[in-house]
Design a protein around this ligand. Structure first.
Ligand SMILES: [Zn+2]
Length: 215
């Protein structure tokens, strides 16, 4: 099967399916359910910008008012077949991204289902650091900073969901005096969870740009 959708698009579709299931179980008015269905299909088509046969078959199955959670989960698992996995970089590529980091902790690739990742993020609790790698114009990029061990409820700057977030600080070189200040963004403590909530690319790249400017 051809892999044609990105992980964030997969999670966009999954979010729509959750909303459909919610409507099927809680809305009695058939007209309202039909509206929810039409809207879900429209949003998915608009997001994908192109017609994909596997998606059409998937939509036919999930636009059935008798759809239950178990079947939806199975259909979503099957849909993963067409998701383009995150391309795993080599150890050396990662080292090159974080040259200045002493005793760099490499990500544990066994932990990741690469079809679930728009970016790869991992924590080094020992040094209280978070590392992020992602592709921009097919180029591998990296971001690192300190991650507070304190977790609070808040909106994540990357996935923009209310989530378990921690303050992520990147070091800023401010002006000509060469003094360093720190600027922070609240982001999901758990990057795996963040990827599961990431349904749009723009906020991720805006975050990356901001952090790069701040460095
Ligand atoms: Zn997040």
């Amino acid at each position: 099967m051809k892999q044609t959708i990105q992980p964030y698009q997969y999670y966009f579709i999954k979010r729509e399916v959750d909303q459909l299931l919610n409507a099927y179980s809680s809305v009695n008015d058939p007209k309202t359910v039909q509206t929810v269905q039409a809207l879900a299909a429209e949003k998915i088509h608009a997001m994908l910008e192109t017609e994909i046969p596997e998606i059409e078959a998937f939509l036919t199955a999930v636009l059935d008012v008798k759809l239950k959670k178990e079947k939806a989960e199975r259909l979503l698992e099957e849909l993963k077949e067409i998701v383009l996995p995150f391309e795993q970089p080599s150890k050396i590529q990662i080292e090159k991204l974080f040259r200045k980091v002493k005793k760099l902790k490499q990500p544990d690739w066994k932990e990741f289902d690469l079809r679930e990742h728009t970016y790869i993020g991992w924590n080094d609790p020992g040094s209280q650091k978070k590392f992020l790698v992602y592709y921009e114009d097919e180029q591998l990029k990296g971001i690192s900073g300190t991650l507070s061990p304190t977790i609070t409820k808040g909106i994540c700057a990357i996935c923009q969901k209310t989530s378990n977030v921690s303050l992520f600080l990147s070091t800023t070189k401010s002006g000509s005096e060469g003094t360093y200040t720190k600027k922070g963004n609240y982001i999901c403590h758990d990057s795996q969870q963040c990827n599961h909530q990431l349904v749009k690319l723009a906020p991720f790249y805006e975050f990356a740009e901001r952090v790069k400017r701040e460095r």
